[in-house]
Design a protein around this ligand. Structure first.
Ligand code: AMP
Length: 183
């Protein structure tokens, strides 16, 4: 495979605990250290900005995709290796997904959840087999994992849904899991 591209979904805000920005910074640097390309939403705010700056600072390849209407709100980061402006959110998600080999979800809000559930449901339907990781920093995603288990317990999804998600506790564990999955 050529240089793997890792799509990162994460918060446009920093969150209340500095640990979240720290995780994002460590993960951006770790991607660059592997010489893997970061694909993300091209914002310079919150965890998004932290991942991208860290990857850039470590000499990594960065590919950002942002819809035109978010250029101001999310501070479009024009100095990425590649910077693409789309017409709308749907195009943004499509370009990010099509240019990625795996997806990693860091702590984030409704936008990150939307992106996570979209790739998860596509995997459930067999539309792709790209690895999907939840970077569970500080147990942030525990309630989400509990919800997915509940959905399965109550008979609204097959148990195989859970197996589509790799839950990892740290950037280092994410890199190790990706390395196995992509080899
Ligand atoms: P958040 O996790 O809410 O901080 O959002 C993280 C990123 O997801 C931001 O770049 C948002 O613009 C983006 N986002 C928010 N809502 C959506 C959506 N419906 N589809 C795609 N991306 C979204």
């Amino acid at each position: 495979m050529q240089q793997p591209s890792i799509c990162v979904y994460c918060g446009a805000r920093p969150g209340n605990d500095p640990a979240y920005m720290d995780i994002a910074t460590r993960f951006g640097a770790a991607l660059a250290a592997q010489d893997w390309r970061l694909v993300y939403g091209a914002g310079d705010v919150g965890l998004m900005g932290a991942v991208a700056r860290a990857a850039q600072d470590a000499g990594g390849d960065t590919f950002g995709v942002i819809p035109t209407h978010l250029m101001q709100l999310e501070v479009g980061k024009r100095d990425l290796t590649r910077f693409v402006v789309t017409e709308n959110m749907h195009e943004r998600k499509k370009v990010m997904f099509m240019n990625s080999d795996a997806i990693v979800v860091l702590p984030g809000g409704a936008g990150s959840l939307d992106e996570f559930f979209e790739v998860l449901t596509w995997a459930q339907l067999g539309l792709h087999a790209k690895p999907i990781l939840l970077l569970n920093a500080n147990g942030y995603w525990d309630p989400l994992i509990g919800l997915i288990d509940h959905v399965i317990d109550q008979g609204f999804a097959d148990a195989s849904l859970r197996a589509l998600i790799s839950v990892v506790p740290s950037p280092e564990a994410a890199i190790a899991t990706l390395r196995d999955a992509l080899s």
